[in-house]
Design a protein around this ligand. Structure first.
Ligand SMILES: [Zn+2]
Length: 140
């Protein structure tokens, strides 16, 4: 029997955003989104944890090659999101308020099939927008 193990790759990126709904006034946006609704943008240093689960290969002792996972995250996510404006420049966030929740779901959707193609199962996207504000998404 192959034991099921969870493995996590940590990455980071920096990005700008503004959380707002265009139909709201600046005051309403401030009430809902707080500082993140600043009309002149601002940035965060995000930390991204991608957790993959799978059985341990009895021969190699590995679930998946983390180097391949790292390359995948670099190509599919970091190249498109790092040092970008999440409202304006990231195609997989188009039409969404770029909250940590929506960014985590977007990253999940971008990675899920490719992780499967590498032989793993995507388990969790954890996104830390700051030390104190963290979201986790486990898929539907
Ligand atoms: Zn913010």
């Amino acid at each position: 029997m192959n034991e099921l193990v969870y493995i996590t790759r940590r990455e980071h990126f920096s990005a700008a955003h503004r959380l707002f709904l265009p139909e709201f006034s600046d005051e309403e946006n401030d009430r809902v989104f707080g500082k993140c609704s600043n009309p002149n943008w601002h940035g965060h240093n995000y930390i991204l944890f991608v957790t993959i689960k799978g059985p341990v290969d009895p021969k190699t002792g590995l679930i998946i090659h983390l180097r391949q996972v790292s390359k995948l995250i670099e190509e599919k996510i970091l190249r498109r999101i790092d040092h970008r404006n999440l409202n304006l420049e990231v195609d997989f966030l188009k039409g969404k308020v770029p909250t940590s929740e929506n960014v985590a779901i977007g990253i999940w959707n971008e990675l899920e099939q490719d992780v499967r193609n590498l032989g793993g199962i995507l388990h969790c996207i954890r996104l830390e927008q700051s030390e104190n504000n963290i979201v986790e998404y486990f898929g539907t």
